[in-house]
Design a protein around this ligand. Structure first.
Ligand code: CA2
Length: 144
């Protein structure tokens, strides 16, 4: 099974500030966790991070016919991006939304998720461990 892990703006800066909200782990730690998850769940994992909405949309489109499941943390685009929602709908690939922080307990402006309207499941507030849970969910449900 092929899983694509997508991360939006500033996720590459994890660990340098706001540890109380996002934890102490860095983006490199997250990539190491993805490698471990690939072995643990016997899946092929590719990953992509961008600070640009269109680049994320391009990557979702490229996944069409190639990728079996998407794990996406759209970061701030969560709360604004109908373009990412439309791209997910266009490719029709099963997707799980991940948030490192517990967005439901945060500011009012973080309470809407456009990509989440497509995603089968949202995992929030579990730190970078949420990515592992999302991969496990996709593997269990869509194993090939
Ligand atoms: O909790 C999450 O995973 C978020 O998607 C993270 C986004 C935020 O805009 C979402 O509302 C929730 C922020 C990405 C990381 O931002 C940083 C802020 C300070 C230091 C390092 C990264």
């Amino acid at each position: 099974m092929k899983i694509l892990v997508l991360n939006g703006p500033n996720i590459n800066m994890l660990g340098i500030r706001e540890p109380a909200v996002y934890g102490k782990e860095s983006y490199a730690d997250l990539l190491a966790l993805l490698e471990k998850s690939a072995i643990k769940f016997d899946v092929e994992i590719s990953h992509f991070q961008s600070n640009h909405e269109g680049a994320l949309v391009d990557k979702i489109q490229e996944a069409y016919g190639v990728i079996d499941g998407i794990v996406i943390n759209p970061a701030a685009y969560t709360h604004t991006s109908i373009a990412i929602l439309d791209a997910l709908k266009a490719v029709g690939i099963p997707a799980v939304e991940v948030h490192i922080s517990n967005v439901v307990e945060r500011e009012h402006f973080r309470q809407i998720s456009y990509p989440g309207m497509y995603c089968e499941k949202t995992i929030a507030g579990k730190g970078i461990g949420g990515y592992l849970l999302a991969i496990e969910y996709l593997k269990t449900k869509y194993e090939k």
